[in-house]
Structures are given as structure tokens and as C-alpha cells.
Design a protein around this ligand. Sequence first.
Ligand SMILES: [Zn+2]
Length: 442
Amino acid sequence: MGNNNAHDTHAGPANVVETNERYVVTVGRLITGRPGESLADQAVAVDGRRIAWVGDVAALPAEYADWARADYSGYTLLPGLVETHAHFGARPGSAPNVSDPARHVQGWNALHSLHWAQQLASLGVTSAQSLGSKYFTDVALREAINAGLAEGPRIVAAGSMITTTGGHDWKDSGEVDSLDDIRHAVRDHHKAGVDTIKAAATGGFFTPGTAQWKAQFTVEELRTLVDEAHRLGHPVAVHAHGTQGIRRAVEAGVDYIAHGTFISDDGTTRFDPELADQIAEKGIYVDVAAPPSYPPVEGETIAPRALDLYRHGVKIVTGHDIGAVIPPNAYLYGLHQLEASGIPRAEILVAATSRAAAAIGLAGVAGVIAPEYDADLLIVDGNPLDDLNALERRQLIITRGQVFHPVPVEEYHGRKRDGKGHTNNVLEERFARVSRAALQNW
Ligand SMILES: [Zn+2]
């Protein structure tokens, strides 16, 4: 693939998209986002924000023949990628350079959120679900992008997390302790305009006084949360590391599990095949989050079980916990790490497009290149089904029919681990230290 004249060629077709409301993109290869669909020499007609027609270039109907033509025939088109588990907001420890930074916390947070969202979009991520954002910044971010105040990915917002008093992420979350509290919190989130309800079903690594293997809510409490959320039309995602919390969440009927680490009572990962089967049977989506920690290294006591879940038929999606500790530029690294875990590339691409979109409430809207879907398009040089590195060679990113202008994104240097699971990365070392400390202190 490629073209000697690449530079000129790109200026041309990108400009066609930039300057026309209606246009036809022709590509050498189309990966639709649906399992197993990879087609040669396709045309995609875009009318405003939506896809009007998709099919063989040779079969382009007459009504689209005189629309402006963007020729990417040497390239591959796939749906814009999806991040299902982000936390937009200021990086911990960062603050405005003034004497009283506390006065600017919310504004700083909002601007950081936009910056991270734009970094994600610059990697071809055209939809991102925020699973916990202080001050409901993610709702404002969604609205700002929808209103055209800034370019960015489509945002699906959960607002602040719902947790127990002193529970995981309590500093940034709404604390609840009774069924009435829970109903009120869900209704209040609905009132604030969230899309998804996110609750912390177990403790987490970064909240002292919580244990990842302990459930925070009873089944009855979780069921109340799920019922109220569903009544108001919101799916429910839970943070769950521990097996006890995962089991309760599955019983309560949640829609999405973040982490799914199967940490047992001794504080170490012990994969539970029967519980995985239940997750698969119920069609619950799972992200394994935190790309620096997979694939598992032998001897590591806590490890994501992406491959095990995949083998049990669980609907894995690409949620990397971007923002909490993992920077946005780790998104593609995360896809490579899933591949290194043993998951086939075709499965990863589905997990990152159609399935991820469905997991965040965008079924029929995003994640697939087909008529009536929004035109979220990613054009790359090479075939990512053969080599995920093709995703690094982006030619054009289109969000809801319009060209997205990338912002600079630093390369992410993932870990190199020695045989003992030690890494060369400060953040990852911090991760490891925190989990070891949690074990020792409990
Ligand atoms: Zn998270």
C-alpha cells in the first residue's frame, strides 16, 4: 500500500471531505466493524453526519455519482475506534501555576478533559465513555463537543461514580449507604444528564482503606441501583476487581463490568470459570482495563484475565481506564497488549468498534460502517487485520461526518518487564507498589 505522492494525495481527498457536506470516500479495503467483514474496493457515501450508502465502488448508484469524491483507494477504512472506560479530568498532582490553584479546580479539570478527549480522537478514537468524572465535567464536555464549541470524540458520560461512604474513589464520587440514598443518587445523576450509571462494586487500588477483593454493596443494593437506572433508561457499569463483587454485580443484572480481575479473598487473582460462563450467558460486557498490566506475567499475583474471558465467550471491549493512571496515548498500546495476551486481531478490532459502541449504548449509531450509522471513519495505511501497527499510520479521522484535526500526541512507551514482572515505567511500578501495599495492610 502507499503512494509515492502520499503528501499531495492526502491534501486532495481530505480537502474534499473538509469542504463538502456530501461526499463519497472510495477505499481499497473496508473493515465494517462487524465480525468477519473485510471487503475490497468499497465506496462509502456520507450525507452530513450520517452514512447514506456503502457498497462496491463499481455499484455506486447514480444518485451518488456526482457527489465529491475522496479517493483513498490505496488505504483501509474502518470505523472510528471506541474507548469504553475513560476518566476525563486533571492529572493527579497537576494544578494551575498560581498562588491559589484551588479556585480554578473545576475550570482546570474541564480543560484537561477536553485535552485528553482530543488526544484520544487524534489516535482515531471517535467515541469515548467516561466512567467517573468529578463535577459531572464529562457531561459538560459531551455537550460542548456536541454543540461544536470544540472538536472531539462523541462522549458518553457517567458523571461521578456512585460508591459507599469511604468506598472506592469516594473523594470524586457520590457516597451512598441505603436503598433510598441509592435511588436518590441515580435520580440525581439522571437529572444531571448522564448517559450511564457507574458504581464501585468493590474496593480499588488507589483508595486507601478499601480492598479490591471485597464487595462494597449487597446484591439488594446493587439491584436497586440497576432497577432505578434501567427505569430511567441508563445502562449500569460497575468497577469490580474482586470475585465477590463481580458475582453480586452479575446477580444484580449490571450491563458492564470494568476490570473483572477475579481477585479472591487471599488478595490474588483466581479466575472463576463458572462465573465467567455466567457473565457470557448474560451478555455482560467486560473491559480488563490498564494495558500496562497485560498480558499476565507468570508469578504475578494480580492480573487481568482477558484471554480467559475471551475463551469463555465473554464480550470483551476496549476499555483501558484512560485518564485514571493510564494516559490517553496508551490507547493503541492497549490494543497491542491485548494481542500479546493471545486475543486474535479480528476479535480486537470488533472489541474496539462495533461491540464497544454497543457496550456504551451506541448500537445502531456508531462502531459500524453501514447506512444510517454516524460517519465515524478512520482511514489508515495498511491492513490492521494483518498488523495492528497500521492503526498508527492514520491518514484521516472523520467524526460524525467532519474532519477531525489531530492534536500532538506523544508516543507511549509501554513497559518492558523482567522475568519477575518488574517494569521500567514509573506509573506501572506505582501500580505494583500500591497493590502490594494493599495486600500487606489489610
Ligand atoms: Zn476506572
